[in-house]
Write a new protein. Structure first.
Length: 290
């Protein structure tokens, strides 16, 4: 995967990816192998690979040595890249949740916070950015029945903290298509589900949020492969990323042809689902039935 983060602490992930991609371009333009680059900083070829993918933090000395190896002598260019390295090492707010946050999910939170457009399709439950506290508590408790109460509370707090991105100063555009199954599958008691449906109706009125429901009555549809998230960034150097979550890990796809397939599925889902106003009516109907 190749990519980078935006402003603030959440921007560190994106900046790591941006810096890594620039280092890769410099290395390749000089015809230098990863093995040779690794030797120059007393590291392995795999370390260079991880640096170029933005998956590790950067040491200023390593960046300086690589820039020298790559023939970057202009002080302004060197200063810019070294500054990017410093910014890339800023810890994100989510690091304080490291006790309950898998390493593979930390990257996603950084990218989510840096995105200018987030597109999601969900079929199992309401997307994390749209969950109420009570619903989130029910989802986490169901998924981790043996977890201590304190850990469940921490995970719920992390989810609520993530939601602030939708109301931040630079809030992204957020387009969600929720399968009706996600709305009918109960998590928690009746009051929890009613509160969640009311919350969705309210959030769907926000100017940066587009919420659609794919109804059962439509039958089979383009989202047959399951839930996914697409992230787009304001930086021109960053390609769109598709995030696919698994039980114990996640996949990040950024190859143009793969991302294109998911983009077409998202377009189909949006075109085939009732529009936001009609989807709100569906939500109101479900609320009356709950």
């Amino acid at each position: 995967m190749t990519a980078v983060e935006s402003s603030g602490a959440s921007g560190s992930v994106v900046r790591r990816i941006l810096l890594g991609s620039q280092l890769r371009r410099l290395r390749e333009s000089r015809g230098i192998t990863r093995e040779a680059a690794g030797y120059s900083i007393r590291a392995s070829e795999s370390k260079i690979s991880r640096m170029e993918l933005g998956r590790v933090s950067f040491k200023a000395r390593d960046i300086e040595d690589l820039l020298t190896l790559y023939g970057v002598s202009d002080e302004r260019e060197r200063g810019s890249l070294l500054g990017l390295a410093r910014e890339a090492n800023v810890a994100g707010w989510w690091h304080s949740f490291g006790d309950v946050l898998p390493g593979w999910f930390q990257t996603y939170i950084g990218l989510e916070g840096a995105a200018s457009l987030i597109r999601v399709y969900e079929v199992q439950f309401v997307h994390g950015l749209l969950q109420t506290e009570a619903y989130a508590h029910a989802v986490v408790s169901r998924g981790m029945p043996d977890a201590p109460r304190a850990e469940i509370e921490r995970r719920v707090a992390l989810r609520l903290e993530r939601q602030k991105v939708l109301v931040s100063e630079n809030a992204p555009l957020f387009h969600a298509v929720l399968d009706e199954a996600a709305l009918r599958r109960p998590y928690g008691d009746r009051s929890v589900m009613r509160g969640q449906l009311r919350h969705l109706i309210e959030v769907s009125e926000h100017p940066n949020v587009t919420l659609q429901v794919m109804p059962f009555t439509f039958g089979g549809h383009a989202g047959e492969s399951g839930a996914f998230t697409m992230l787009s960034f304001p930086e021109s150097d960053l390609s769109d990323v598709v995030y696919l979550e698994q039980l114990t890990s996640a996949l990040y796809l950024d190859k143009r042809e793969e991302v294109g397939q998911y983009a077409r599925v998202m377009e189909r889902l949006g075109a085939d689902s009732p529009d936001p106003a009609e989807s709100r009516d569906l939500l109101r109907g479900l609320l009356q039935l709950t």
